[in-house]
Design a protein around this ligand. Structure first.
Ligand SMILES: [Zn+2]
Length: 117
């Protein structure tokens, strides 16, 4: 099957929305995946991060889903990304700062104790 034929078949494929169960969807973006998928493809530090399978938008509720892979959890379980782990402290600091901003709008205005390090 040619690449163009495969793209046409994917565009015509009917998907069932994981949220509302509707079968009325439209392809938003064709797959950018070339070859087989491995856990390394899910690494945030990988240069191909953001490449997805075919994305479909539900016309009923607007939810966007990738129906090419039903279960991607195992890829994350097997993923090792030492470069990402090295940035853990910096990400925690950034998350803390973002939460401080958000807490200004929280009903109580007081962050939970475990965030006040
Ligand atoms: Zn839907």
């Amino acid at each position: 099957m040619t690449g163009r034929r495969k793209a046409m078949d994917t565009a015509m494929r009917q998907t069932t929305c994981w949220i509302c169960g509707s079968n009325d969807s439209v392809m938003e973006r064709s797959s950018g995946i070339e070859g087989s998928v491995t856990s390394r493809d899910f690494a945030i530090t990988d240069h191909r991060y953001g490449v997805t399978g075919s994305l479909f938008r539900c016309r009923n509720c607007g939810f966007v889903q990738c129906s090419d892979a039903d279960d991607v959890l195992q890829y994350y379980v097997e993923l090792e990304d030492p470069a990402y782990e090295e940035g853990r402290d910096q990400r925690a600091l950034q998350a803390h700062q973002l939460l401080q901003i958000l807490y200004r709008y929280a009903p109580t205005g007081t962050p939970p104790g475990y965030w006040s390090w």
